[in-house]
Design a protein around this ligand. Sequence first.
Ligand SMILES: [Zn+2]
Length: 342
Amino acid sequence: MPGGIDPHTHMEMPFMGQESIDDFFSGQGAALAGGTTMHIDFALPVDGDLAAGYQAWEKKAEKSCMDYGFHMAVTKWNDDVAKDMEWLVKEKGINSFKFFMAYKGALMVTDEELIQGFKKCKELGALPQVHAENGDGVVEGQTRMIELGITGPEGHPLSRPPVLEGEATARAIRLAKFVNTPLYVVHVMSIDALDEVSRARHSGQRVIGEPVASGLALDDSKLWDPDFKIAAQYVMSPPIRAAGHSQALQAALSSGVLQLVATDHCPFNSTQKALGKYDFRKIPNGVNGVEERMHIVWDTMVVLVFLHFHSRLRHFLPILQTFEYLCFSFIFRFREMSRLVH
Ligand SMILES: [Zn+2]
């Protein structure tokens, strides 16, 4: 099996007053143990300065032990940002830029900034990416939860429901159409967002939707665990959704509406997560996955596709049963080997 590429990670990322606990060496060690041999990390600007952000991430990546690349985030708009984007594309080979439609007051950009950023990407031949959640809606949802006295991790998914992800995904897709640029939607977590990606693709628009391992394999039940330590581990944004969403994402992946799988690997340890013990808004957002991604795709997708194939043909081709036996033997052996690696 060739080495995998995880196109969405955050090693050593400063976020919500903390820094994600995996650095380029430990995160890449985990990736390699799971069969991933390259990742693309998101470099963040330093006080809005893209060049400084790129240099900071280059320094973080000095301890690398496998291949890596960068996307660059854009968190505000001015002439310097536009110039730095050009420098990054022409001199540093960075050709994807991420815009946050959520995290109001921190990383979020306005629609005006989004349009300017999309325009610049188009001019440079670069690919714009969006974290698609309605940031104003999220703040309103969070306030609503706190007013209701819901302060635990379950408040996290309740405060930012799929409708806010669907709305922002639709808005980004339409603005990309307006500017006439392709668009990459990172971490598609809900049916609401998936429907927008699917509709755009069917109409011929160039939109790429990225599912992540946690979204494909999990539902939100763990976020209701009475043990804060367990529930907080599952806090990420957009949130892991209720049962049903992951199956829709799996189906979209198997039918080609979605084409790749990332992780949004951004782990925080239990001490860091505990900062939000009495207020879910302070739990650093992020889950792991860079090590588990390939196994999860194998478990959720390869077996699923095989069962689907088998259920259609079993009455006509008994020989399939022998073939199936051999395949399952291989799968179980692969799982055993994975456990040994862990
Ligand atoms: Zn991310």
